[in-house]
Design a protein around this ligand. Structure first.
Ligand SMILES: Nc1ncnc2c1ncn2[C@@H]1O[C@H](COP(=O)(O)OP(=O)(O)O)[C@@H](O)[C@H]1O
Ligand SMILES: [Mg+2]
Length: 270
């Protein structure tokens, strides 16, 4: 091939030739492949970011220049992330994309643990540790969707599918390639509608405010139409983790009422 964009993939876009492993996930934003070779001491993940999204070269380089910074920010604020080995940008006349090589975390995803009814206790312990980390974050007061909220200095895509637990029980945030760096002005340093799928403001609300992060997470783990006992347990868990009482109240009211604020935000973004 004269360009790295050689192979057609099913959605009709082109896909760079190069080192490939076994596809383990074809997500909304990326394709993830597991690379196991005798010459590699440890398994590695290759992620193809922006495949099928027709990103421009500018959009890809905007993401690229914030990657390292963003991982630093996450680590400084207490998040564990897989080791990054290499990033490569590909470009042809029509589109660009990025491949990243990172440490493969052998373990279980949180959404799998949650689905397993035998691990209810483990699930709540995990929630407690995540809430504790969120409670420790420094925040500033902001208003979004007519609601007073507490905003972190960066964004984090806290979805159950983005959390992998290794055999030692360490929780890793594995989805860090939509770098959510926030400028001092309060705007995203890099933002791609094609990758994120939602508007800048709702994205800020659900990835960078403590209330929004919590609510999206709780809805994704399936806490909907919850029984009183679950609501009480959630209240205790948030409270014991040190989430401020006014935030706990807002979160619990949302959960009880079927997430009206979260729906309003998403409605605004479409
Ligand atoms: N470093 C990693 N170690 C183990 N599993 C991973 C790693 N990175 C991604 N995965 C798996 O691949 C899935 C998709 O990766 P992710 O980076 O979240 O892509 P997407 O942008 O498509 O959500 C994750 O939900 C997880 O199951
Ligand atoms: Mg993900």
């Amino acid at each position: 091939m004269s360009t790295p964009f050689g192979t057609d993939i099913t959605d009709g876009t082109t896909y760079p030739d190069g080192l490939h492993g076994t596809v383990i996930n074809y997500g909304k934003q990326s394709q993830v492949e597991l690379l196991e070779r005798e010459y590699l001491k440890v398994p590695i993940i290759i992620k193809w970011i922006g495949v099928g999204k027709r990103l421009t070269y500018k959009e890809v380089t905007d993401l690229y220049i914030h990657l390292v910074d963003y991982r630093d920010i996450l680590e400084r604020n207490g998040w564990d992330v897989p080791r990054l080995h290499e990033v490569i940008i590909y470009k042809d006349k029509r589109a660009a994309c990025m491949s990243v090589y990172e440490e493969y975390i052998t373990g279980q995803r949180i959404d799998e643990i949650i689905k397993d009814s035998r691990t209810v206790r483990r699930t709540w312990e995990l929630f407690a540790s995540l809430f504790l980390l969120l409670a420790r974050q420094e925040t500033i007061a902001v208003t979004m969707g007519n609601q007073q909220l507490h905003r972190l200095s960066y964004g984090v895509d806290l979805k159950p599918s983005n959390l992998v637990i290794d055999s030692a029980g360490k929780v890793y945030l594995v989805d860090t390639f939509g770098p959510k760096v926030i400028k001092p002005s309060g705007q995203w340093a890099a933002y791609s509608k094609k990758l994120e799928g939602i508007g800048k403001e709702p994205l800020m609300a659900v990835t960078a405010t403590r209330e929004g992060i919590l609510l999206r997470f709780l809805r994704l783990v399936g806490i909907e139409d919850a029984k009183n006992a679950t609501i009480q347990r959630l209240w205790d868990c948030l409270h014991e983790a040190g989430i401020p009482p006014s935030e706990v109240k807002f979160v619990i009211d949302e959960v009880k009422n079927g997430y009206p604020w979260l729906d309003y935000l998403y409605g605004k973004s479409s």
